[in-house]
Design a protein around this ligand. Structure first.
Ligand code: GAL
Length: 678
C-alpha cells in the first residue's frame, strides 16, 4: 500500500479551503504553515457539494482546481473526497425524498449531515453526475492519490438507517432473495410465536419503535440489509469516480460503530481508513483509553491484513463530548505513534484550521482562530510531522502479524444485544475489550476478526460472548483446536444460529469444549460469588452459567458460594492437539489477566521484548519479510516507566543502545530495532 500512496507515511488533515474563499491571504498562510508542519497530504472536498455544484447542474471546480494545483507545487498530495456526506439545500428542497425517514416514519428535515437515503434513485443520480465530473477533472492529477468516498457512512448521530418506503421495498426484495419462500422465512423467524407468520411479502416492515421490535432475527436481518444497501451506495460512488480514474478508494470508518458491518463494507474498498478520537485525560489512568484506541487500530489493520490509514484524529481536543480535555504534553506524539505501531500508514487530523462559525468552530485543529503557528498544538503537530518523515524508511515494508485473534462480529453484536435475557444490559464491546486488554498489557498484538474470517495461522483465538454461531463457524473452530490451536470462549456462547434460532440438543462445540451448558443465572448484585483459580479468589459478575463437564475436562475453578458452590466456573479441555478454555461466569479483569497469561504461555506467545511490562506500558511489533522489524515501546503513564530484563536493542531513531534496562519518559514511545521476531 505504501507504494500506492507514494512510498511515505502520510501526515495530513481534512482541509476545507472552500470555507475561506473570501480570505485569499488565509490560503497563502495555510500553504506556508503546512510546509512548516511537515504536512504532506490533505483531504479535500468532504462536505463541499454546495460549492462544487451551487445550483442543480451548475458546477464550479475552478477553486478546487486552483488549490490542487498550488498543493502540487508545494509537493502536497491530495485525498479527494466525494461530497455526499452533506446535501445542499437546493437538493433537499427540490427532491425531499432524498432525505432519510426515521424508524417512526417521520421524514427528516433538511440540514445536518449524513441525512441522505442511500436507496433513493434521485440521490444516486445526482451524486453520480457530480462524481463522474470530479473523476474526469481530477482523477488523473499527479498529486491526487486516493478517492475518499463520502464521509463516515451512516454516522448521523442517531440511527444510520433510512426507513422510507423505497427502503422498505428494497428490504422486501432482499428478504425474498435471502429466504426464497415465506415458509422458509416464517420458520427462520419462529413465526407462529404471537401469530407473527407472514402470508404476503408486503407485510414485511423494518423494525420500528411503534411496530415490530420483538423479533431479534428481523432486527439482525434489517441491519444486514442496511449494510448491504449502504455498501451498494458506496459502490455506486466508487464506480462513478472510477469512470476516468484508476485510483484506489477508501471511506472512513468509525471505531466500534454498530450501524454497519465493516467486515462486509471493507470488501469493496482498496484501503481501510478510520477516524480515532480517544478520550484521553478524562481520568488519570490512561490505560483503558489506550486499550480501546489500540483495539480500533488493530481491527482496522486486521480487515485487510495490511496497513490502514488513520484518516482523522485531533491534535488537541474535540468539542462534542460533555467535557473535552486538551492533549497533555507528549500525548499527541504518543497517540500518533500508537497508530503507526498498530499498522497505520498515516497520521491525519480533523482538521487543518478551525472554522469561524457553526457546529465545529471550537473543535481542535492544527491552526486555531488566533496565534498562527505560535501554539503548543502547532508545535506538537510539526514534531509529529518531522518524526513521521524520518520514520518512513524504517517502517517501510513492515506490518504487524499477530498470532492471536479475538473474534469480533457485527451480526453477533446485533443479535446478542437485541435478545431478551438473561440480562438486558449485555455490552458486547466492553466484554470484547476486557478480553483484549490482557494482551495489550502483555504486549502481544492481536487481530480482530469476524466469524466468517479464516483463523488459520493464529495460535490463540479468543471468542468472548460468541452468542450467535454463523454457518461453518463451529467446524472451523473444531479444526483449529484439533490442529493444535488454543481457543478461549465464554458463557452465553453458541446459543443460536444465524436466524437467532436456539440450537437444540447440544452446544455446537460441546465435543471441543468438553462442557454441557445447563442454565444461565443472572442474579441481583447482592448475590455475590467468586471462583478460585490457581489459589487466588476472583469475584464473578452477574452472569453465571451452570455447566457440567465431560470426563476428561479439567476444572480450573469452581464457584465458591451459594447454591452453585462447587460447580465448574472455568474449564480446560484437550481436543486433538489443542486446548479449549471455557469461562462459565462473567470474569473480572484480574481473572482474565491470569487466564490469558496461562493460555499465552501454553501457546508459546510472549511479547517481542520477552519481559513482563509495567502497567500502562505496552509494545507492538511491525515485522518485515526477513522476520526482523520494529518494536514500538509505549508508555501511557504520565510518569517515567522502567523496563528491565530484556536483551540488547538499538533505538531505530537515535542509534542509542539499550542493554537490559531502559527508562521511558512519561507519555512517550521508543522504536527499537528487532533482529528477529520472538
Ligand atoms: C468526524 C467527522 C469530521 C468531524 C469530526 C469531529 O466524525 O468525520 O467531519 O466532524 O468527526 O470530531
Amino acid at each position: 500500500m505504501e507504494t500506492m500512496l507514494g512510498g511515505h507515511l502520510l501526515h495530513g488533515c481534512d482541509y476545507n479551503p472552500e470555507q475561506w474563499l473570501e480570505y485569499p491571504e488565509v490560503f497563502e498562510e495555510d500553504l506556508r504553515l503546512m510546509k512548516a508542519a511537515e504536512i504532506n497530504s490533505v483531504t479535500l472536498g468532504v462536505f463541499s457539494w454546495s460549492v462544487l455544484e451551487p445550483e442543480e447542474g451548475v458546477y464550479d471546480f475552478e477553486w478546487l482546481d486552483r488549490i490542487i494545483g498550488r498543493l502540487w507545487e508545494a509537493d502536497i498530495q491530495v485525498i479527494l473526497a466525494t461530497p455526499s456526506g452533506a446535501m445542499p439545500h437546493w437538493l433537499t428542497q427540490k427532491y425531499p425524498e432524498v432525505m432519510q425517514v426515521r424508524a417512526d416514519g417521520r421524514r427528516n428535515l433538511p440540514g445536518k449531515r449524513h441525512n441522505f437515503c442511500y436507496t433513493s434513485p434521485i440521490m444516486r443520480e445526482k451524486i453520480k453526475e457530480l462524481d463522474v465530473r470530479l473523476s474526469e477533472k481530477f482523477g488523473q492529477r499527479d498529486n491526487v492519490i486516493l478517492w475518499h468516498i463520502s464521509n463516515e457512512l451512516g454516522g448521523n448521530f442517531e440511527d444510520s438507517a433510512c426507513y422510507c418506503e423505497q427502503c422498505q421495498a428494497a428490504f422486501r426484495q432482499w428478504m425474498k432473495k435471502r429466504y426464497g419462500t415465506l415458509k422458509r422465512l416464517n420458520q427462520a423467524y419462529w413465526g407462529r410465536f404471537w401469530s407473527h407468520s407472514y402470508t404476503d411479502w408486503e407485510q414485511i416492515h423494518s423494525p420500528a419503535p411503534h411496530g415490530e421490535w420483538t423479533v431479534t432475527a428481523l432486527e439482525v436481518d434489517w441491519r444486514r440489509f442496511v449494510t448491504e444497501q449502504m455498501s451498494s451506495f458506496c459502490l455506486w460512488e466508487i464506480n462513478a469516480v472510477r469512470t476516468y480514474s484508476k485510483l484506489p478508494v477508501t471511506t472512513n470508518f468509525m471505531d466500534f460503530f454498530k450501524g454497519l458491518d465493516y467486515h462486509r463494507l471493507q470488501r469493496i474498498l482498496d484501503i481501510v481508513s478510520w477516524d480515532s478520537y480517544p478520550q484521553w485525560h478524562a481520568q488519570k489512568d490512561e490505560a483503558p483509553v489506550a486499550v480501546r484506541a489500540s483495539a480500533g487500530h488493530h481491527m482496522m489493520r486486521a480487515m485487510k491484513k495490511q496497513p490502514f490509514l488513520l484518516m482523522e484524529s485531533v491534535p488537541s481536543g474535540v468539542n462534542w463530548r460533555m467535557f473535552n480535555p486538551l492533549k497533555r504534553p507528549g500525548m499527541h506524539m504518543l497517540s500518533s505513534m500508537q497508530a503507526i505501531a498498530c499498522g497505520s500508514a498515516s497520521v491525519q487530523y480533523f482538521q487543518w484550521r478551525k472554522g469561524r462559525g457553526s457546529y465545529e468552530k471550537f473543535h481542535g485543529a492544527v491552526l486555531d482562530h488566533k496565534n498562527g503557528s505560535c501554539t503548543r498544538t502547532f508545535a506538537d503537530t510539526a514534531r509529529v510531522g518531522r518524526r513521521l518523515k524520518s520514520l518512513t524508511g524504517l517502517v517501510e515494508g513492515t506490518v504487524n502479524r499477530p498470532r492471536v485473534a479475538v473474534i469480533f462480529d457485527w451480526e453477533n453484536w446485533w443479535a446478542l444485544e437485541n435478545t431478551t435475557g438473561p440480562r438486558l444490559d449485555i455490552d458486547y464491546v466492553s466484554c470484547v475489550l476486557a478480553h483484549y486488554a490482557p494482551f495489550w498489557e502483555m504486549g502481544i498484538d492481536v487481530d480482530f476478526v469476524g466469524m466468517d474470517d479464516c483463523v488459520e495461522g493464529y495460535t490463540l483465538v479468543a471468542a468472548p460472548l460468541n452468542y450467535m454461531y454463523k454457518d461453518g463457524y463451529a467446524d472451523k473452530i473444531r479444526r483449529f483446536v484439533g490442529e493444535g490451536g488454543i481457543y478461549v470462549t465464554t458463557y452465553f456462547s453458541g446459543m443460536t444460529d444465524e436466524s437467532d434460532l436456539c440450537f437444540i440438543g447440544h452446544h455446537p462445540l460441546e465435543d471441543v469444549l468438553g462442557i454441557i451448558q445447563e442454565e444461565i443465572d443472572a442474579p441481583g448484585p447482592e448475590f455475590e460469588n467468586s471462583m478460585i483459580f490457581n489459589g487466588i479468589s476472583y469475584p464473578v459478575g452477574n452472569l453465571r452459567e451452570l455447566i457440567h463437564v465431560s470426563g476428561d475436562t479439567q476444572v480450573l475453578a469452581c464457584y465458591t458460594d451459594d447454591y452453585v458452590k462447587g460447580m465448574p466456573a472455568l474449564t480446560a479441555h484437550s481436543f486433538g492437539r489443542g486446548t479449549a478454555y471455557y469461562i462459565a461466569a462473567e470474569p473480572d479483569r484480574a481473572l482474565l489477566n491470569a487466564l490469558y497469561k496461562e493460555a499465552a504461555g501454553k501457546a508459546g506467545l510472549k511479547n517481542p521484548l520477552g519481559i513482563p511490562l509495567p502497567y500502562g506500558v505496552t509494545v507492538s511489533l511491525r515485522t518485515n519479510q526477513d522476520g526482523g522489524g520494529l518494536i514500538f515501546v509505549m508508555n501511557f503513564k504520565n510518569e517515567p516507566a522502567e523496563l528491565c530484563g530484556f536483551g540488547q536493542y538499538t533505538d531505530g531513531e537515535t542509534g542509542e543502545i539499550y542493554k537490559h534496562q531502559m527508562i521511558l519518559e512519561p507519555f512517550s514511545c521508543r522504536i527499537l530495532i528487532s533482529e528477529e521476531t520472538v
